[in-house]
Design a protein around this ligand. Structure first.
Ligand code: 8DG
Ligand code: CA
Ligand code: CA
Length: 350
């Protein structure tokens, strides 16, 4: 899904987005700038569908969040990488007036508001949202009257809209992790189960649960048959007994669905990926994120003559053609190969 993925806002609304995507922890002295930049990036993603502007705003927010001191003028901000004339002007406007004309206009724009709202439904992307708004649907309740316009994923997203908007506390994911391990290891003790995403980065709460599963006998080299096209399906069948409540989609390697600990808890989005063991560490690295961290690390890998993705690390020859995948035995090794100082998952929240 890479590439288009950044265009798929599933359950994340503007508010949760600004909390999620900018690491505005206690030490971010530019959190108010970050918030408006993230809101502008959401607008570019969902409404104008301008991925370049989306990335530019996201990057600027990341740079400001990581900056050690409060920015006092647009000119000062402009000295930082990723902040140009336009964003520096917005910082000045915000410092002088306490708001942004552009955002005020966006807030007044009913169409933009409706598109942003509908993209918060899991499975509804910017294109679908625009289509729905064009057909006159501008609210969640309105959407509930038009299930015929939605696919299975979108219907599930709508059914659990309120629950999926709720952040998942770390303690609840720990409980889900215990249960997942118990059920999956009960099938075969050789399985390894890792919850990645913001949870692995140590966040106090997460938007969804990203699970990776492998086992030593699960090898790329052995081809699809032996890998067992039914392995993921049998795992999910077991999980349905006490954790999984709905299936959004399931293939040989990827399950998307819904889970719930018990009736006292909200329904939660759960993704499970079955990964061949040779690719496990690259996958864990990739799905731990953050996505901004991934981009930075990938760019660094390229500078060092390697291409890095969710499957493998490979050297790039002078001709630009990637070579054979390098055998990887740990996440640390990936950092070592590309000469990148190792960062704990907790240090990847950029
Ligand atoms: P959250 O769920 O708490 O909101 O945050 P998250 O865990 O960081 O985000 P996510 O949207 O669940 O994505 C999980 C990680 O996957 C993310 O941290 C970075 C990585 N990732 C990319 N690109 C892509 C992609 O194209 N598809 C998917 N599914 N994940 C991606 O960097
Ligand atoms: Ca996640
Ligand atoms: Ca996810």
């Amino acid at each position: 899904m890479a590439g288009v993925w950044s265009f798929h806002c599933n359950i994340k609304g503007l508010e949760s987005m600004s909390k999620r995507k900018n690491p505005s922890g206690a030490n971010n002295q530019n959190a108010d700038f970050c918030d408006f930049l993230i809101e502008l990036s959401e607008y570019e993603k969902n409404v104008t569908r301008n991925i370049h502007k989306f990335n530019a705003y996201r990057k600027a927010a990341g740079v400001l969040a990581a900056y050690h001191k409060r920015i006092e003028s647009g000119d000062e901000a402009k000295k930082l990488e990723g902040i140009g004339e336009k964003i520096s002007k917005k910082i000045d406007e915000f410092l002088q007036t306490g708001k942004l004309r552009k955002l005020e206009d966006i807030h007044q724009d009913g169409q933009a508001k409706a598109i942003n709202l509908l993209t918060r439904v899991s499975g509804i992307g910017p294109v679908k949202a625009a289509e729905l708004v064009k057909s006159g649907i501008t609210s969640i309740d309105g959407l509930r009257l038009h299930l015929d316009k939605l696919n299975h994923h979108q219907i599930i997203g709508l059914k659990y809209f309120e629950d999926f908007e709720k952040k998942i506390p770390r303690s609840e994911i720990q409980e889900i992790e215990r249960k997942l391990r118990e059920i999956i290891l009960d099938l075969d003790t050789e399985f390894t189960v890792t919850i990645c995403g913001s949870y692995r980065r140590g966040k106090a709460e997460s938007g969804d649960i990203d699970v990776l599963v492998t086992r030593p006998s699960l090898k790329v080299s052995e081809g699809k048959k032996k890998r067992g096209e039914t392995l993921l399906k049998s795992i999910v069948e077991q999980l349905k007994e006490s954790l999984v409540t709905d299936v959004i989609s399931i293939g040989d390697t990827k399950f998307m669905g819904v889970c719930r600990l018990s009736s006292e808890f909200p329904y939660r989005r759960l993704d499970i990926r079955l990964i061949p063991c040779e690719q496990y560490h690259c996958a864990v690295l990739y799905f731990t994120g953050s996505d901004v961290f991934n981009k930075t690390m990938r760019a660094h890998a390229l500078e060092q003559g390697f291409t890095l993705n969710e499957y493998s690390l490979r050297p790039v020859g002078v001709t630009g053609v990637p070579g054979e995948m390098i055998p990887i035995a740990s996440e640390q090794e990936i950092f070592e190969y590309i000469n990148y100082p190792y960062k704990n998952p907790e240090e990847r929240n950029m």
